[in-house]
Design a protein around this ligand. Structure first.
Ligand code: FES
Ligand SMILES: [Fe+2]
Length: 369
């Protein structure tokens, strides 16, 4: 007998404390219907990182992206206003902009040549005379909600529900106040990398949020610079900060050379954005569901100096991050395989380590109900 989506959602009890909690059940990681519900109720209803501000600094600069299954274009107008639109032509629905980013004087659909201004107004409609009741002014690109935080542009693609909260409300004052003193405008974007994982997006997030539990076992290099016993996990309303003192004694040379400062800060923002901060290096991770058991993670790497003279050092820092991702790739695949086994239903959580995962699962359950 097929289990209904209501039964699957109902099989997780989000009301119990961490000491008594189970993880969300395996079916949440494998069920296609639940996956689609997540796109609608979680991804479309939350503020989603879409691009960096440095990609859309001047008039005509644009970025396209798939946000919770919707084609989106972000573009800076001649009036310097940053706007977001559904990248869907009002004629026959083709994507208007097809490059991932670029600069354009106008937005031109490649299918039948309709053109839109940088502000989204429909301007040109070749061979379209005599069409009754067609209002050009009513056929501009449909706007999407867009806001900026720090160096990042966020959009919300869902319909304005009852909870039409601003990006600031979504982030919360606590997170905004914690990130602000890091002075992220002193860091410059250096490089982007894409990683593919054979797992549900939540397997990647769980792995990130396990409070360093897997670090001594899976990431020997990283483990050599972190003070595992003083690793801290602090939950906010919709974010989790994991932090660890950095140690220099006994550090593995490659890792030690590029991980400095007093503390490493690992911020996760529900549902799928991470900020990893070390003194002199930062990367962000955007976790994109690409199917019930496929996940793409986009890494953006930032450094205080991105000039040619520091290139080697910056690349060495990225290489350390790359090794950690490679170490996680296999384990994520292995977990996904296990979640599909009839031997596994749900697991328990470490009280010392896994409070972040518990928060994640509870927030998710609230959004799915
Ligand atoms: S679909 Fe864009 S011009 Fe026809
Ligand atoms: Fe890891």
């Amino acid at each position: 007998m097929k289990t209904s989506i209501q039964e699957i959602i109902g099989s997780y009890d989000s009301s119990v404390s961490l000491e008594r909690a189970f993880t969300i059940p395996a079916s949440w990681y494998t069920n296609q219907e639940l996956y689609e519900l997540e796109l609608r109720n979680v991804f479309a209803q939350s503020w989603q990182f879409v691009c960096r501000l440095d990609q859309v600094e001047s008039a005509g600069q644009y970025v396209t992206a798939d946000v919770s299954g919707e084609p989106i274009v972000i573009v800076r107008g001649n009036d310097n206003v940053l706007r977001g639109f559904f990248n869907v032509c009002r004629h026959h629905a083709a994507a208007v902009m097809t490059e991932t980013e670029g600069t354009a004087a106008q937005l031109r659909c490649p299918y039948h040549g309709w053109t839109y201004s940088l502000a989204g107004e429909l301007k040109g409609t070749p061979d379209f005379a005599g069409v009754c009741g067609f209002e050009r002014s009513q056929n501009g690109l449909l706007p999407v909600l867009i806001e900026v935080w720090e160096q990042w542009v966020f959009v919300k693609t869902g319909e304005k529900g009852a909870t039409n909260e601003s990006l600031n409300d979504f982030l919360g004052t606590k997170l905004i106040a914690q990130i602000q003193p890091l002075n992220l405008n002193n860091l410059y974007w250096f490089e982007r990398r894409h990683y593919l994982f054979d797992c549900n997006w939540k397997v990647f997030v769980d792995n990130y949020l396990d409070g360093g539990y897997h670090v001594p076992h899976l990431h020997k290099g990283l483990d050599s610079v972190l003070d595992y016993s003083n690793y801290k996990i602090e939950n906010g309303e919709r974010f989790c900060l994991q932090s660890s003192p950095i140690v220099t004694q006994g550090a593995e040379p490659e890792t030690g050379a590029v991980r400095h400062g007093e503390r490493a800060l690992y911020y996760w923002l529900y549902p799928n954005f991470m900020i990893n901060w070390y003194e002199g290096a930062m990367d962000t991770n955007l976790v994109l569901p690409r199917g019930v058991d496929k996940t793409e993670v986009i890494f953006d790497f930032y450094f205080p100096d991105v000039s040619e003279s520091t290139r080697e050092r910056n690349l060495a820092s990225i290489a350390v991050g790359q090794r950690i991702q490679d170490e996680d790739t296999e384990i994520c695949k292995s977990v996904q395989r296990g979640l599909n086994s009839r031997a596994y239903v749900a697991g328990r959580l470490s009280v010392r380590r896994e409070a972040g995962e518990h928060l994640f699962h509870r927030l998710l359950a609230a959004d799915l109900r």
